[in-house]
Ligand binder design. Structure first.
Ligand SMILES: Cc1ncc(COP(=O)(O)O)c(C=O)c1O
Length: 394
C-alpha cells in the first residue's frame, strides 16, 4: 500500500487507522476475546517471550483488538505510541507512577478532577513523592514551585469543572528548562481540539470513558507519547501491574473513535449556543465556557484549542438554586459523567469534587451554586428549551 496513514486527515484516521484484518477479511474490526495465545513449537514460545519473534503472548501485555484501538488513537493524537488502560484514572495513575521515584517532586494545577487531586495530594506522598499544587493559570506560580528534584508537571486543561485553561506551551517550556516531564490530562479538550504533544508536552492521558466512547457504555483510558519514553517509563510497570484494557472495551472504543470527530463537533456547536443562553439569563451569576470572550483565559484557549468543547459551567448563586435547576430538567439527565451523547448536568461540590476540602474548592471557584453541563447530541432547540425552563426554576 502506498498510502501513509500519517498523511490522512482526522476523519480518515478515525475510520481507517490501526485496522488489522484477519484472514476472513471482515469489514468491522475483529474482537479477540482471548486471554492468551498458542505457539506452534516450544522454540517459538521461547522466541516470543524473548521478543525475538513477532506475535502475541498474553493479553495483559498486548492483544490485537486493544492494539487496533491504541494504534488508531496514537494516529489521531500524532503520538508514536499509545498504551490503553482500564480507566481514565488507571491512565493518570500509571502515567505519574512510571515517571516518579521516592524523593522526586511533582507540580500540578490545583484545579483538578477530584480523583486526580487525591492521587496528587494523598497517594503520591505515601511513596515519598513531594507534591505542590499551584494556580495553573499563573505561570510565575509554576516557575516558583520548581525545586531541584522536580520531575513532573501535571496539567489538566480545560480543568474539571470550571474549564480553567493552562498555557501548555509556556508551562512545557518551564518544565523543559527544569528537566521535568509534562503530563497533560486532555479529557475535556478531546484529541479533536487540542494536541498537547505539539505544544511541548511529553505525555497525554485520556479517560476514554468520556467522548471516545461517548455513548455511556464502557470504561477505558490511554497514555500517549514517544515510543522511547513510553517503553522506558511504562513498559515493565504495565506488564507486571496489569491495568490492561479489556479487548471488549477496546472494541467498543474503536467503534467510538469512528464517530468521535462528528460527535464532538456537533456537541461543541450546541454547547456554544447553550453557553450564550445561560449567560444571558438573569439567574446566572457567572458563566464559564472557554470560547466565550468573558472566559478569564479566553486568549490562551483560542491559541491552543481549535474548538471550545462540549462542556460549560455556571454559578447560580446557591446550592438551592443549583438543585432547583437540576430538578427542573426534563431532557438533560442529572449525572456526573461527561462526553456522552446524552446531555448531563451535575453539581460538582456534592459529587465529583466532594472530596476536595471546602477552602480549596472555594479557592478554585467551585461554589455551592456551581453547575456543570456536558452537552450531548440532542437537538439544540430541545436542549435550549429544557435549560431555559430549568434556569427559570432556579
Ligand atoms: C479530567 C478527568 N480525568 C480523569 C478522569 C477519570 O476517568 P475514568 O472515570 O475513566 O477513570 C475524569 C473522569 O471524570 C476526568 O474528568
Amino acid at each position: 500500500m502506498s498510502e501513509d496513514p500519517h498523511a490522512w486527515e482526522t476523519a480518515t484516521r478515525l475510520i481507517r487507522g490501526g485496522t488489522m484484518r484477519t484472514a476472513f477479511n471482515e469489514t468491522s474490526e475483529a474482537l479477540f476475546l482471548t486471554q492468551s495465545f498458542v505457539y506452534d513449537t516450544a522454540e517459538s514460545a521461547v522466541a516470543r517471550f524473548n521478543g525475538e519473534e513477532p506475535g502475541y503472548v498474553y493479553s495483559r501485555f498486548a492483544n490485537p483488538t486493544v492494539q487496533m484501538f491504541e494504534d488508531r488513537l496514537a494516529l489521531l493524537e500524532g503520538a508514536q505510541s499509545c498504551r490503553a488502560q482500564t480507566s481514565g484514572m488507571a491512565a493518570v495513575h500509571a502515567a505519574l507512577m512510571g515517571l516518579l521515584r521516592a524523593g522526586d517532586h511533582l507540580v500540578a494545577g490545583r484545579a483538578l478532577f477530584g480523583s486526580c487531586r487525591w492521587i496528587v495530594a494523598e497517594w503520591l506522598p505515601r511513596f515519598g513523592v513531594e507534591t505542590t499544587m499551584v494556580d495553573a493559570t499563573d505561570l510565575k506560580a509554576w516557575e516558583d514551585a520548581i525545586r531541584p528534584n522536580t520531575k513532573v508537571f501535571l496539567i489538566e486543561t480545560p480543568a474539571n469543572p470550571l474549564l480553567e485553561i493552562t498555557d501548555i506551551a509556556a508551562v512545557s517550556k518551564l518544565a523543559k528548562a527544569a528537566g521535568a516531564k509534562v503530563v497533560v490530562d486532555n479529557v475535556f479538550a478531546t484529541p479533536i481540539f487540542q494536541k498537547p504533544l505539539e505544544l511541548g508536552a511529553d505525555v497525554v492521558v485520556y479517560s476514554a470513558t468520556k467522548h471516545i466512547d461517548g455513548q455511556g457504555r464502557v470504561l477505558g483510558g490511554a497514555i500517549l507519547g514517544q515510543t522511547e519514553l513510553l517503553d522506558e517509563a511504562y513498559r515493565d510497570m504495565l506488564r507486571h501491574t496489569g491495568p490492561a484494557l479489556s479487548p471488549f472495551n477496546a472494541w467498543v472504543l474503536l467503534k467510538g473513535l469512528e464517530t468521535l470527530d462528528l460527535r464532538v463537533r456537533r456537541q461543541t456547536e450546541t454547547a456554544a449556543v447553550l453557553a450564550d443562553l445561560v449567560a444571558d439569563h438573569a439567574k446566572t451569576q457567572r458563566i464559564f465556557y472557554p470560547f466565550r470572550k468573558d472566559h478569564p483565559q479566553y486568549a490562551v484557549a483560542k491559541a491552543q484549542m481549535s474548538g471550545g468543547g462540549s462542556l460549560l459551567a455556571f454559578d447560580l448563586g446557591s446550592r438551592q438554586a443549583a438543585f432547583n435547576f437540576l430538578n427542573a430538567l426534563e431532557i438533560v439527565d442529572i449525572s456526573n459523567n461527561l462526553g456522552d451523547a446524552k446531555s448531563m448536568a451535575t453539581h460538582p461540590p456534592t459529587t465529583t469534587h466532594r472530596a476536595v476540602p471546602e477552602a480549596e474548592r472555594l479557592a478554585i471557584g467551585v461554589t455551592e451554586g456551581t453547575v456543570r453541563v456536558s452537552v450531548g447530541l440532542e437537538d439544540v432547540r430541545d436542549l435550549s428549551r429544557d435549560i431555559a425552563r430549568a434556569l427559570d426554576a432556579a
